[in-house]
Design a binder for this molecule. Structure first.
Ligand SMILES: NC(=O)c1ccc[n+]([C@@H]2O[C@H](COP(=O)([O-])OP(=O)(O)OC[C@H]3O[C@@H](n4cnc5c(N)ncnc54)[C@H](OP(=O)(O)O)[C@@H]3O)[C@@H](O)[C@H]2O)c1
Length: 303
């Protein structure tokens, strides 16, 4: 397929571009700068110079270009703001970015559209030990600082599922680890704050596994469906962070929960309040996908 990929230089975008090219797809990658254009060329994609938030410029850049599918992997999470508001840059990419890319799909004649979503859309709260599935309510706000994220995720999914001109799938990824992520195992990569005691439990996914699942969804995903893309080993933030350190990767700083919450209230909701386990059975059944790295210890070369 000819695939228009938005976010090809990002934490998932890079391995995804490699995986798409490796599976025989041709990738047209949005690039805002010369640097991004050079990166995507190096990954085997053809750059299309445009900013996804500039609707007119995007549609102009795509004039005369044809593609079979569009993949939305745009976020701006490198430096989460202390407080999240509706105009948070990632939410803008979820709202306006999705709207513009859906219009772009019409321009290039794409019949398929995949979008990045997130398992945290099930809610930043204690879900107990049950494995949640795609049948569980998604987008339920908890009256806390993370509500704008939930709203952004839900609106992006709804906007896609409401679009009549494309067959859309939402990929509800677990928390990424691997090269280029917050939990980059490369020596010298960024120091991450983690709560004393390890904090809550979340589902994880190595970016290479997330990329393979995305290729599978492109080829076999059913229209209007969401898929949980997670590994089999949900764990506390502390366990993942310890494993990353043991694998020779970046350092962590352990902070009392109240300090973490005071510093960045969103991290309190994310790392302290959330206990979440979800099932990838639907992705396995319908996409024929299972994670190569069943747990983060395996993904970090420790198991
Ligand atoms: N499920 C998860 O856990 C999850 C999901 C997403 C991100 N993250 C984390 O967030 C960290 C930082 O990621 P990030 O959010 O900064 O994303 P990123 O991984 O750096 O990727 C963002 C991508 O979006 C592109 N982009 C952003 N705004 C754009 C626009 N207006 N038009 C066109 N392209 C645009 C960027 O392109 P340029 O080359 O032009 O900048 C880049 O390719 C990562 O380390 C990752 O761990 C985690």
């Amino acid at each position: 397929m000819r695939v228009l990929l938005a976010g090809a230089t990002g934490a998932i975008g890079r391995p995804l571009t490699r995986a798409l090219v490796g599976s025989g797809h041709r990738v047209l990658a949005l690039a805002r700068t010369d640097r991004s254009a050079a990166i995507v060329r190096g990954l085997g994609a053809e750059p299309v110079r445009a900013d996804a938030l500039d609707r007119d410029g995007l549609l102009r850049a795509l004039d005369g270009i044809k593609a079979d599918a569009v993949i939305h992997q745009l976020t701006a999470l490198k430096a989460p703001k202390r407080t999240l508001t509706a105009d948070d840059p990632s939410n803008l990419l979820r709202a306006q970015g999705t709207a513009n890319l859906l219009e772009a799909a019409g321009t290039v004649g794409a019949a398929r559209f995949l979008t990045q979503s997130l398992v945290l859309g099930y809610g930043y709260r204690d879900h107990g030990d049950r494995l949640l599935t795609e049948e569980d309510p998604f987008g339920v706000r908890g009256g806390n600082v993370a509500d704008h994220v939930i709203t952004g995720l839900l609106e992006a999914e709804d906007r896609l599922f409401d679009a009549r001109h494309v067959a859309g799938c939402a990929l509800r990824y677990g928390v990424f680890y691997g090269p280029g992520t917050w939990f980059d195992p490369t020596p010298g990569s960024r120091t991450i704050p983690v709560p004393v005691g390890g904090g809550g439990v979340v589902p994880w996914i190595h970016v290479d596994d997330a990329s393979e699942a995305t290729v599978a969804a492109l080829e076999r995903g059913r229209a209007g469906q969401a898929y949980n893309i997670v590994d089999d080993g949900p764990s506390t933030w502390g366990e993942l962070s310890d494993a990353r350190a043991a694998s020779g990767g970046g350092r962590q700083v352990r902070l009392p929960g109240w300090t973490l919450r005071l510093m960045v209230p969103y991290l309190g909701a994310l790392m302290l309040d959330t206990r979440l386990r979800v099932s990838h059975a639907k992705a396995t059944r319908e996409l024929g996908w299972t994670p190569r790295h069943a747990t983060h210890r395996a993904g970090l070369g420790l198991a």
